[in-house]
Write a protein that binds this ligand. Structure first.
Ligand SMILES: [Zn+2]
Length: 306
């Protein structure tokens, strides 16, 4: 048995040259996972486009229509930070489909990893910070509506607060939102997750892992989720252009192992998304995004990735 991953060729859509969003990373990650035998082609699943109805479990019909048809105001577009194209609109939707599929596969196999996803700054009626539709929130709602799960825990370890997700599930006791992020980072205005852990600038591997190791077991036994959605953003890395923490590659790997092995030991299935990562070197960045997949292969499938 190999690691189950989710990928679609449309995860990559063209952006203007020099745009700071590292769009090629999704295909490069997929290639690396196969080259390094973290998974095999038979365990790669391809998502479908989600229906408008599913997107509207979280987002307003006006926003879904406006974005998909490219008729949002210039101001709303600027807030997203990615120039609209029909290819990007399709990419946005297929990535949401990817997280929905990953969540379903996690229920089946115990663990599954998307090679995209983690658009946690998207709110019901607007997008922000490269995030258009909130894949984590939509996947949570879809699985609940389809009766596959009742309670969900979202573990958001991207360096930025999962503000959109926190806002969407405010007052919803069936989805517990946990965000651990740098306190002095985007978004300027934070929302209230069910549990927020703001971290100081420059926090290193050991400091970070100590805090996480202290929180996670209690959180799991308190929430007792039917599924954990894990945003494994790697913009916590010391050389990230947008993050302000100081984790190393090894620290990130230890983090992914800690989350997965804690959930695995307690019997909770995990669906992961890759979240943010903005390194100068695309190759380094892709390797960092592969750490969650390497850790999952090791923890869940006893595959030593070396
Ligand atoms: Zn981020």
């Amino acid at each position: 048995m190999n690691l189950t991953i989710v990928y679609h060729p449309d995860y990559v859509a063209p952006l203007p040259e020099e745009h700071r969003f590292p769009m090629p990373k999704f295909k490069l990650l997929y290639d690396l996972l196969l080259t390094d035998k973290i998974t095999v082609p038979e365990q790669v699943y391809c998502p479908e486009l989600p229906s408008t109805e599913l997107l509207e479990l979280v987002h307003t019909p006006e926003y879904v229509r406006g974005y998909c048809q490219g008729t949002l105001t210039a101001k709303a577009q600027r807030r997203i930070g990615l120039p609209w194209s029909s290819a990007l609109a399709k990419r946005t939707c297929i990535a949401v489909g990817g997280t929905i599929l990953t969540a379903k596969l996690a229920l089946k196999y115990g663990c599954a990893c998307n090679t995209a996803g983690g658009t946690h700054h998207a709110f019901p009626s607007y997008g922000s910070g490269f995030c258009i539709f909130n894949d984590l929130a939509i996947a949570a709602k879809v699985l609940q509506v389809e009766g596959l799960v009742r309670k969900i825990l979202i573990v958001d370890l991207d360096v930025h607060q999962g503000d959109g997700t926190a806002w969407i599930f405010q007052g919803d006791r069936s989805v517990f939102t946990f965000s651990m992020h740098c306190e002095a980072n985007f978004p300027g205005r934070k929302q209230s997750s069910d549990l927020d852990i703001p971290l100081p600038i420059g926090l290193d591997d050991d400091g970070y892992l100590q805090i996480l190791a202290k929180q996670l077991p209690d959180l799991l036994s308190e929430v007792k989720p039917d599924l954990v959605l894990f945003d494994a953003g790697v913009d916590t890395h010391v050389s990230d252009r947008l993050g302000k923490l100081a984790l190393t590659d090894w620290g990130l790997y230890r983090r992914e192992r800690l989350v997965l092995s804690t959930c695995f030991a307690a019997g909770y299935p995990v669906a992961s998304v890759i979240g943010g990562g903005y390194s100068k070197s695309l190759q380094d960045l892709v390797y960092r995004h592969s750490l969650i997949h390497r850790a999952a292969a090791e923890v869940y499938f006893n595959l030593n990735s070396g």
